[in-house]
Design a protein around this ligand. Structure first.
Ligand SMILES: [Zn+2]
Length: 173
């Protein structure tokens, strides 16, 4: 099953469980440009903060972010082949995901992260981020490894959500 163009893949879609392929420059540049236009359109329409390529059915290592609430990203909106190194104290925050609609749960993750990625031109950059930005880069990079935020919940919370998640998986078939 493949998500239709313009739609966000929902939990149960196997593409969300694949490990994304790294991108190469300049070979992938044209494909990336086209995909980004679609991804930004979807992200703005869905009013999300971030969106990873597997969520639009593409198993590649790329995510985007809308910088409005994410000052630490210093205006960067495109993250290609990102490497995230989390550090610092654990922090509890609520998370949600366009691929797990209607479910918002608090989750502990490290409060800071260093992210190194390529920009749209294939140029490498690094940022040290905290707060919501640190949360976002960890969540989005998980998507590129086939991991969803609900996988990281405690066994008790998972048990509590089991029925809701099963329903989402069934409707995505
Ligand atoms: Zn997500």
């Amino acid at each position: 099953m493949r998500s239709r163009s313009g739609e966000v893949s929902v939990i149960g879609d196997p593409v969300l469980r694949e490990k994304g392929r790294p991108l190469s420059f300049p070979e992938d540049a044209a494909m990336i440009g086209e995909l980004l236009r679609e991804m930004f359109r979807i992200l703005e329409r869905e009013e999300g903060l971030g969106l990873a390529a597997p969520q639009v059915g593409r198993s590649i290592r790329l995510f985007i972010a809308l910088p409005d609430y994410l000052e630490d990203l210093k205006g960067h909106t495109v993250f290609i082949n990102p490497i995230v190194e989390p550090y610092g104290d654990m922090e509890t925050r609520e998370e949600g995901c366009l691929s797990v609609p209607g479910i918002y749960e608090t989750l502990d993750r490290p409060s800071r992260a260093r992210i190194t990625a390529l920009d749209l031109n294939g140029k490498e950059f690094s940022l040290d981020v905290q707060g919501l930005s640190a949360r976002l880069v960890q969540h989005e990079t998980d998507h590129l490894d086939g991991v969803l935020f609900v996988d990281r919940l405690s066994p008790m919370k998972k048990r509590f959500l089991r029925r809701k998640l099963r329903k989402l998986r069934e409707t995505s078939d």
